[in-house]
Each structure stands twice: as structure tokens, then as C-alpha cells.
Design a protein around this ligand. Structure first.
Ligand SMILES: [Zn+2]
Length: 303
């Protein structure tokens, strides 16, 4: 079966506010990596008065470029999709300059409590200092000058992930939940595969079909892509189950087979994705392990 049709063509044009459509510009941070692609996208929404969506990492060069692009226009909101260090920390320094409230679902937190002895492999990626001034829940509307955003609670990549649709348009800011260039990282304990899958359905329930993601280029015909993502994860879950059945009992053994064509630098992250799927397989009773599912655990099926 064909996987999602990933689109990896992208010209980051660092420090430039690149017009996407009327009233939306994108500025990409110069923080490329295997996880951030060419870098984090910040969006400037509005014309006379702005919202800044995902200011980015604590990066002075990006802040300077952003302030220049804002060009003394009032900023009414600083909106944050989720609290990873490549998206939210600059909100504080930006707020010191523009004075707008920071809007987000809530502080950084894990999707579940740590199990006894478990080390959180993602600890360094969370922006633990983050505190929103305005907390939004699913369905809340953020109104600015000439635009309104609707909040969509979309946990999975992080427990506090929000997507925002632009009312009366075809546009949706999808954060790191859905991106055109690659699948989202879903890694326990911060992330949850069960939440992620449900959050794909949340987006499918919205009419918008053009997404502006946290990394990489815009996504058009988004619904077909989201459905393909859903099918891709289900197929991966089946592949993992088959590996366990074939006697591959550890996560590294499964990754070596399932991700054999993937960049080795991403195998650690792939292991976390496999772990996320195994949590689901254990919860459903299809796969067994001793004690709570863990990265180091042994997995097996009983027939
Ligand atoms: Zn990100």
C-alpha cells in the first residue's frame, strides 16, 4: 500500500516573512535538524494588527527578523501550538517587546505519569517554563482585528497540542500534528498514539483543506493526506505486531527491520514511535510484556 504522499520540496528563506496567502506570512527559523526539517515555522497572521503563531526557539536572530517584519504593527496575540523548545520559548522575549498575551492550551506536561524507573527520553525537548496568559480549550475562538481563530485540541505529539483554524477560510495552522514533509513524532510518555489517532479525526471533522504546519511547506488537499497518515499508522501497528509474532522481542530489533530504509540518526525517534504503538497493542491485549510497557521491555504474543 502506498504511504502518505510526503512533500519535501521547501525553500526556507530564513529571516524573511514569506507571504503565503492574503494575511498570512511564514518566517522559518534557521534551526534545521533531522527533527525540525529546514527549521521551525513562525506565522504572522493579519495585516494591520497581528497574531504571531509559534514564535520559535530562543533565537536572537529570529527575534530580530520577526520584530522587523512586525514593523511596529500592534500584536494582539502570541499563539503557541505546543510547548516544545523549537516552538514556544521565544514567546517570552517577544512578549517583552510587543506586550501581547500568550495563548495556548497549557503548560508542558506528559500524556501519562512516568512508570517506576522510567527515564523520559524527551525531557530536553519540553519548554518547562512555559505558562500561557490565556488558556484555550477545544472550540474556543481567538478574535483579532479582521480574523478569528478556532482552537482544536489535538494531543498526541504533545499532551497540550492545539491546532487553529482560520474562520471563514480554507486555512488551518496544524503545528506539529500534521506536516507535509514527514510523520509527526509520537513518543511516550509525552506523546500518546491513542490521542494522536483521535486528533487526526479532529482535523478531518473541520472543513479546512490547506494546512500551514510547524515545519516544512504548506499542505494542500489535507484530508486525503490525513487519511493516508491514519492508514500509515495502522499499517505500522500491524507491522510491529507481525514482528513481535515473528519473535523480535525488543524495540531495537523491530526498528532494525521496520525502519531499515530510514536515516539511522532517526532510529532513536523511530524506537519511540514503535514504543507508542506497543503501548496501544499492550492496552488492547494483542501483545504482552512484563510490567508496564517500556523502551527496554521484552514483547511477545501468546497464542
Ligand atoms: Zn516542532
Amino acid at each position: 500500500m502506498a504511504g502518505p504522499n510526503f512533500r519535501t520540496g521547501f525553500d526556507p528563506r530564513y529571516s524573511e516573512a514569506v507571504a503565503m496567502v492574503d494575511g498570512i506570512a511564514r518566517m522559518t527559523v534557521n534551526n534545521p535538524s533531522p527533527f525540525t526539517f529546514h527549521g521551525t515555522n513562525t506565522y504572522l497572521l493579519g495585516t494591520e494588527s497581528l497574531a504571531i503563531i509559534d514564535p520559535g526557539p530562543d533565537d536572537s536572530e529570529h527575534l530580530d527578523a520577526l520584530v522587523k517584519a512586525i514593523d511596529n504593527r500592534p500584536v494582539s496575540h502570541i499563539v503557541v501550538t505546543h510547548t516544545h523548545v523549537d516552538h514556544s520559548p521565544l514567546s517570552r522575549r517577544l512578549q517583552d517587546i510587543v506586550g501581547a498575551p500568550i495563548v495556548a492550551e497549557g503548560p508542558h506536561r506528559a500524556a501519562r505519569a512516568l512508570n517506576l524507573g522510567e527515564v523520559n527520553a524527551l525531557d530536553a525537548s519540553g519548554d518547562d517554563e512555559f505558562r500561557p496568559d490565556i488558556k484555550v480549550s477545544d472550540g474556543d475562538i481567538i478574535e483579532g482585528h479582521g480574523w478569528a481563530l478556532t482552537s482544536h485540541f489535538t494531543p498526541g505529539h504533545t499532551a497540550n497540542h492545539m491546532a487553529f483554524s482560520l474562520n471563514d477560510t480554507d486555512y488551518l495552522f496544524s503545528g506539529d500534528h500534521v506536516m507535509a514533509w514527514a510523520t509527526s513524532i509520537v513518543a511516550p510518555p509525552d506523546g500518546s498514539m491513542k490521542d494522536y489517532m483521535a486528533s487526526l479525526d479532529v482535523l478531518l471533522a473541520q472543513p479546512q483543506q490547506t494546512y500551514f504546519p510547524g515545519h516544512g511547506g504548506r499542505l494542500e488537499n489535507a484530508h486525503a493526506f490525513v487519511r493516508a497518515l491514519r492508514a500509515h499508522r495502522k499499517m505500522r501497528e500491524k507491522a510491529i505486531y507481525e514482528q513481535v509474532k515473528a519473535g523480535k522481542s525488543t524495540i531495537p530489533d523491530m526498528v532494525a527491520v521496520i525502519y531499515r530504509t530510514t536515516d539511522k540518526r532517526l532510529h532513536g525517534a523511530a524506537g519511540l514511535s514503535v514504543f507508542a504503538q506497543l503501548e496501544e497493542l499492550v492496552a488492547s491485549g494483542a501483545v504482552k510484556t512484563d510490567g508496564p510497557p517500556s523502551l527496554e521491555g521484552n514483547y511477545y504474543v501468546t497464542t
